[in-house]
Design a protein around this ligand. Structure first.
Ligand code: SF4
Length: 546
């Protein structure tokens, strides 16, 4: 055994923990020091999207009239974060202060800091967007502040030199009556700590007569310290947004980063519109749409279904939710899957084995959740077993199968090479965007983070090009626009069964690369928990019941 290398590895990890601890000493940050260092484009995107989801959740929760207290809102946020796979945020909002030295907690602080600064850049340009960002961040800060224990609060006050001191028991005794009278909401002042601070820093508490003031000093119970800290945080953030504006104007000219940052504020609000369609897409259109407007992940599934007359459960969920999102009704979906399976599965068997899960997808069975289509993050992180076609081709296909497929779809060798390079480097959404550009001869307006977003971007372009050529009723995600009847390109790559068969016959998908020990379980033939698979949707919180 090589003890030397183990020891040095251990040493490196310890050093890393020390560095993280020095950089991020407290669970609660005011983000006064921008992060320094390198970060991959993928992590950059992931972290910013995670935070955007968190802020959207915070916004949604603060609008709910049934959640009356901050604690209730916090619990609801924690549950939603866990449901959305954002456990590190769920832990962060309950962070008590400086105690933890666990790497996972320190990494969470690091992500918290980086993601905040990315969003600051994205939201600083526009006044309204900046206001929205500050408000959500402040609400998040409030929730997190209430989780701090006594030590955590004092460390926070000391770190930020807030000139706010804990009063001793003797001092408390001297003004006991005044304190008790000024803090009527507190049953006994013996159970609560008081801090003294200049009254100017807690004007709102003074105005509402919530604190005792003597000679310009306000005596603030710990429960009300948030008032001081939140105005400090807001102040910092407001100045920080101005700094960010300046940074942005001197920022890198890397188009990928700048384009991404500018599109970020519209990402989920746009997605909320594109993921859900309230009108009907006729089944007859799917074949054509799969060639013109499906991203490669869905096109692959559609083709695999046509060729194999079957899809395994994960494929049915990924594709079933996608077509639900583009406006295929439940009745049509049942007909679609029944017909697609008909060569292998008779109607009776279909009713018994498959109809339930399709109705489930539409929220008509089980918990009756109105599930929304899976986003790229979820699809990219899924594991693929033998004979399965779901997932993201840029992540899960081996290079030669990907090349073969791109070529079959009419992408030139030169462009295919570029797409494969991007995929190889882990830039899946950029590879997908490049594919989009090749097929549409222009870029999507929004970056691709969601298959249904890809679809909506595609329809926007194709319907514009052939205005009036289509009578499809699928208009919900592209309001007042109509679907194109004659796609202008890609017809040449309309796969005949033979060609398609070839591209699917030997799909040496990169299952072996995907099988890290963590996801190896996928091969076990345990029953699949449909609730779990479906609930882990990245944007479910944005969707009302359709
Ligand atoms: S990047 Fe997203 S939309 Fe594109 S193929 Fe992959 S999962 Fe599908």
């Amino acid at each position: 055994m090589d003890f030397t290398s183990n020891a040095s590895k251990h040493c490196t990890i310890n050093n890393e923990i020390k560095t993280l601890k020095a950089l991020y000493p407290h669970d609660l940050q005011v983000y006064d020091v921008p992060p320094v260092g390198e970060i991959s484009l993928i992590e950059f995107q992931e972290l910013s999207l995670d935070r955007l989801k968190v802020l959207r959740l915070v916004e949604g929760i603060s609008l709910r009239s049934d959640l009356k207290t901050l604690e209730a809102r916090k619990e609801s946020l924690r549950d939603s974060l866990k449901k959305d796979g954002l456990k590190y945020y769920a832990n962060l909002i309950y962070g008590a202060g400086c105690k933890s030295s666990l790497e996972v907690d320190l990494q969470a602080r690091r992500k918290d800091c980086i993601s905040h600064f990315i969003l600051r850049l994205a939201y600083c340009k526009d006044k309204d967007q900046a206001k929205w960002f500050i408000n959500q961040e402040a609400e998040l800060f409030k929730m997190r502040f209430t989780s701090l224990d006594k030590e955590g609060v004092e460390q926070f006050l000391a770190m930020h030199r807030l000139d706010c001191r804990h009063i001793s028991q003797e001092e408390k005794e001297q003004i006991r009556e005044d304190l008790q009278m000024s803090t009527v909401r507190v049953a006994s002042i013996d159970t609560i700590d008081f801090y003294k601070v200049s009254f100017r820093k807690v004007i709102d508490l003074v105005r509402t007569r919530k604190v005792y003031v003597e000679r310009g000093i306000a005596y603030v119970p710990r429960t009300d310290l948030i008032s001081l800290c939140i105005s400090y945080f807001r102040q910092k953030l407001t100045v920080g947004m101005e700094d960010a504006k300046e940074c942005l104007s001197n920022a890198s000219d890397d188009e990928r980063v700048m384009g991404y940052i500018s599109a970020l504020p519209g990402t989920f609000s746009g997605m909320a519109r594109v993921v859900w369609s309230t009108t009907n897409t006729p089944l007859e259109k799917l074949e054509e749409l799969s060639r013109t407007s499906y991203p490669m992940c869905m096109r692959s599934l559609h083709e695999a279904l046509r060729i194999n007359h079957h899809l395994k459960n994960s494929g049915r969920i990924q594709y079933g939710l996608f077509i639900k999102g583009i406006g295929v009704s439940l009745d049509d979906a049942l007909r679609f899957w029944r017909e697609a399976f008909s060569q292998k599965i008779d109607s009776d068997k279909f009713e018994k084995q498959y109809a339930y899960s399709i109705r489930h997808i539409y929220g008509k069975e089980g918990k009756q959740t109105n599930y929304t289509p899976l986003g790229c993050n979820k699809i990219i992180s899924s594991a693929i077993g033998p004979g399965e076609y779901h997932g993201c081709p840029y992540k899960h296909m081996d290079q030669s199968s990907l090349r073969q497929k791109l070529c079959a779809y009419g992408i030139s060798d030169f462009d295919a090479k570029e797409i494969i390079e991007l995929a190889k480097e882990g830039h899946y959404s950029l590879a997908c965007t490049k594919y989009f550009q090749m097929l549409h001869k222009q870029s999507p307006e929004q970056p691709i983070f969601h298959p249904n977003g890809y679809f909506a971007e595609s329809r926007k372009i194709l319907t514009k090009d052939t205005d009036g050529m289509d009578d499809s009723s699928q208009t919900a995600n592209i309001k007042s626009e109509r679907i194109v009847g004659t796609p202008r390109r890609n017809e040449a790559v309309n796969l005949t069964p033979r060609t398609a068969e070839r591209s699917f016959a030997t799909p040496t998908r990169r299952t072996e690369n995907v099988h890290t020990p963590k996801i190896r379980n996928v091969y076990k033939t345990k029953s699949i928990n449909i609730e779990k698979l479906l609930n882990d949707d990245e944007i479910a919180e944005l969707m009302g019941d359709g």
